[in-house]
Design a protein around this ligand. Structure first.
Ligand code: ATP
Ligand code: MG
Length: 560
């Protein structure tokens, strides 16, 4: 279904309703607001596709806003990575903006609120304040500092800003209602003292605004029409609106916060805090480890931007949290890679095949079709010789009639090459097969036009010529967690569900056309799956990552 034919989702319905009620479409303005405290993950991809997708649909600007109000966790490295990921996903932001751009304006507004009796400095310990907060069923207690004079508040707040006080000695609170039914409205914190250098404002500030105070006001300053966030912010909406009430004038558009469900993916975690733990405690090699649910990890694994956009579009947005099965993501990448990747031959678990009646020392360069999905077929040459590698599992000495691969006394076609017949095996002293001997039908070469070339045999297997084979390290990944919802059980640490066998490294033998492959190049290794060249690869030491298998093997296992 094209986007046009799709019925409107509930976020689009909200926008259409606003347009119907008089909001000019040129006032539509969206934003994606990451906190630069980690790398973006697949959950963020949903939010990116939602916001930037709306921008495309309504021809409206979308800001990339860094929500950088907590210098203790935020870093320039994360800002750079986030920008790279959004660009790579294929989106262009209208403005690159930072909550820290507004620190002065936010401060000035806070001073005005103090003057209006809407904010005060509280000098209690955080424990005392927590006790006074009350519970959802019992009202809170007013702070003894709640009725400080405007002058005293202005003086203290300025001195907080000037760095005269230690962290934790004073905070600025909004003066709302300690008996409010919404706990977030019980005199929420607006500023805390933090003596930390900020990655953009360095040491200009010793006080930093809280998310609730900074977010809506940033939206307002940027003339954002719709501020979409995840469901956990639903109870914050009342506070978002209350803070806006303190600053909004009639001239500017008043932003509207609306919520959608977080997207969670099975067999992984999508939370920066948890992903950071995997990195910091060494369970993975970094934020871009190909087993991570980060955009950078998926990119390194061989996922395409189109497949991630297609995934986000397929799951759409929802009003309730749910767990999406990772096989849907795998389906999306397979579908895209099937269209775009060349088919090549690689053997990952080799056994040697000797064609006894093939002339010693002869080699032939045979035509191999690059991709049957191409509109105009293109070909490359692959070398054939007397000694080949085939996959160990493609041979059985004796097999029943359902085994369509190589066996003694039966014929099989070598992909792009000849029909061969299994003749005998050579074994070592332990009985393991070290060589398979076969004979070939010299008239049967694929594409030669001869009668024998058209002869149908039941099976086709892939192969690589031994003297021409290029060796590579091939990294084969499994799911990082054995449980489908490692995050789901609050009693158990998600680390306990880590799959100890999530990475297997093998030596692969590849057709020589792959010797020039470079980082990011993607291929289908015929009959094995999709693979891409890793960033650690070099001309002398090729490294490939397995992106995904050719079909959903997990589904097959589960059906049994
Ligand atoms: P995390 O829990 O991973 O730290 P976050 O929500 O704190 O996520 P932010 O950087 O604040 O991370 O998020 C930026 C935007 O992405 C927010 O609008 C947030 O709601 C959205 N977002 C984050 N995680 C998801 C998710 N799993 N599904 C959909 N949207 C998400
Ligand atoms: Mg956050």
């Amino acid at each position: 279904m094209s986007t046009k034919e799709k019925s409107l989702n509930f976020i689009e319905q909200i926008i259409e309703e606003d347009i119907k009620n008089g909001l000019p479409t040129e006032k539509l303005h969206f934003r994606f607001p990451p906190e630069p405290n980690g790398y973006l993950h697949l959950g963020h991809a949903s939010s990116i596709c939602l916001n930037f997708g709306l921008g495309i649909k309504y021809n409206a600007p979308v800001n990339l806003r860094f929500d950088d109000t907590n210098p203790s966790k935020e870093e320039q490295e994360f800002v750079d990575a986030i920008k790279h990921d959004v660009e790579w996903l294929g989106y262009k932001w209208a403005n690159e903006v930072y909550a820290s751009d507004y620190f002065q304006q936010l401060y000035d507004w806070a001073v005005q609120m103090i003057k209006d009796g809407k904010a005060y400095v509280d000098s209690q310990s955080s424990e005392e304040m927590a006790q006074q907060k009350g519970t959802p069923s019992t009202v809170g207690v007013d702070s003894p500092y709640r009725n400080r004079s405007v002058e005293e508040n202005l003086d203290l707040f300025e001195r907080m800003k000037n760095g005269e006080f230690e962290e934790g000695t004073h905070i600025l609170r909004a003066k709302i209602d300690m008996a409010h039914t919404n706990m977030l409205m019980r005199d929420p914190i607006m500023y805390r003292i933090m003596k930390k250098a900020h990655h953009r404002t360095q040491n200009d500030w010793c006080i930093y605004p809280m998310y609730d105070w900074a977010h809506g006001e940033s939206d307002y300053l940027e003339s954002i029409s719709h501020s979409f966030c995840t469901l956990e912010f639903l109870p914050h909406r009342e506070l978002y609106d209350w803070f806006l009430d303190q600053v909004v004038t009639d001239e500017n558009i008043r932003p509207k916060q609306r919520e959608f469900a977080r997207r969670n993916l099975s067999h992984t975690v999508v939370s920066k805090r948890k992903l950071a733990r995997l990195v910091n405690e060494g369970f993975v090699t970094g934020w871009d480890d190909p087993r991570m649910s980060t955009i950078s990890g998926l990119r390194r694994r061989g996922y395409t931007a189109a497949s991630i956009r297609n995934y986000a579009d397929t799951i759409g947005i929802a009003k309730r949290d749910n767990l999406i099965d990772v096989s849907l993501l795998e389906f999306c990448v397979r579908e895209d890679l099937n269209k775009i990747t060349p088919r090549v031959m690689a053997v990952l678990d080799p056994v040697k095949l000797v064609i006894t009646n093939y002339p010693e020392g002869q080699e032939e360069w045979l035509d191999a079709e690059n991709n049957p999905e191409e509109e105009v077929m293109t070909f490359r040459k692959v070398p054939f010789s007397k000694e080949l590698y085939i996959e160990r599992e493609d041979f059985k000495e004796e097999a029943n009639s359902k085994f369509f691969r190589l066996t003694l006394g039966k014929e099989v076609r070598l992909k792009n090459a000849y029909i061969i017949k299994g003749e005998s095996v050579v074994k070592d002293e332990n009985g393991n097969i070290t060589e398979i001997h076969a004979t070939y039908d010299a008239d049967s070469r694929s594409g030669s036009g001869s009668e024998a070339s058209k002869r149908k045999v039941k099976g086709t297997i892939h192969w690589v010529s031994v003297p021409h084979a290029v060796e590579a390290e091939v990294r084969i990944y499994d799911r990082l967690f054995v449980d489908e919802n490692p995050d789901g059980n609050k009693e158990v640490d998600f680390i306990d569900f880590i799959n100890p066998n999530s990475l297997e490294v093998v030596k692969g033998y590849l057709e020589p056309s792959l010797s020039t492959a470079v980082e990011g190049d993607k291929f289908q290794f015929q009959r094995l799956g999709y693979f891409c060249v890793d960033k650690e690869s070099s001309a002398n030491a090729l490294v490939f990552n397995k992106t995904v298998g050719l079909r959903d093997t997990w589904a097959k296992v589960e059906q049994k």
